[in-house]
Design a protein around this ligand. Sequence first.
Ligand code: NAD
Ligand code: ZN
Length: 342
Amino acid sequence: MKALVKDKAEPGLWLRDVPEPAVGPGEVLVRVLRTGICGTDLHIRSWDGWAQQAVRTPLVVGHEFVGDVVEVGRDVTEIAVGDRVSGEGHLVCGKCRNCLAGRRHLCRATVGLGVGRDGAFAEYLALPASNVWVHRVEVDVDVAAIFDPFGNAVHTALSFPLVGEDVLITGAGPIGLMAAAVAKHAGARHVVVTDVNEQRLALARKVGATVALNVAHTSIEDAQRELGLREGFDVGLEMSGNPEALRGMIANLTHGGKIAMLGLPSQEFAVDWARIVMSMITIKGIYGREMFETWYAMSVLLEGGLDLAPVITGRYSHLDFEAAFDDAARGHGGKVILDWAA
Ligand code: NAD
Ligand code: ZN
């Protein structure tokens, strides 16, 4: 089968012929239809410092996918050939205290699909049935391909009660955009999205942001004044990994405000801890998705009319993967999809 492989410990990805994966007991084989390109895949392609310490070559990359089940292994009972599925890209150990308690998203020994083992940018993917999400309700195939980052957005956005609250989202990348759509859909009052990229801010307006703010020119304080917020934002969703964004968020939160932090800073940095203490701000780190509570919420949100169509801005054949990766790496748009059937 064809797969996108990190073959050599140097920048690049290569479309190669590799053996079809074998299906072990408790696993399913998926014929991949579409995949989404994530920042992780861009890191692996460019072979940056993180990728060099996280990845052993050769590796089939990718973890955002949708496909159809073509074979089920022994002992798989709840999934059938023909099921349309996406998958949880975090493979957990099943043995640690958190796993045994059903808190699989807190596993101490998580392995990433397409990072720590062969991934989804391929014609076929074998995956434990316990990592498979069956789309019981019909979902647009491109949206189904991005359930993984959509799950990051939902996990973050629904970490704290949102109904009637004023929400600040820093970073209008694909995940920030989806979080904005979710926050609005879930009943937030004002959803203010910040970024430094005008094209992404335009997308934020499309998904329903009350205000999309370029923090290179306008301050969050000004936006607050414009909206008549006298006491600050109730909830912050940090989606940029940028130190200035988190500092600005902390400074603009109400007393007792809550921050759900998904953005991954590349290094340590200082924040105003006295403000966090004296304003009694809660900060919660978010990693991945809750298995499978977040997935349930995602499906129901879509069933309830949540529209993610504006977030998908690039569609390419897997044969044009270089152009697709360049598109994603420019960082001007939303999600970029690779079609494995085309
Ligand atoms: P992205 O890099 O495409 O988007 C980040 C956005 O933040 C960009 O549009 C950038 O212009 C913007 N930005 C930069 N400086 C800013 C500032 N000062 N204020 C506001 N915005 C600013 O990323 P993405 O794919 O949407 O992912 C969002 C973040 O979440 C990234 O940091 C990523 O590494 C992280 N991530 C975390 C998890 C997790 O499980 N915790 C999973 C996936 C991604
Ligand atoms: Zn575990």
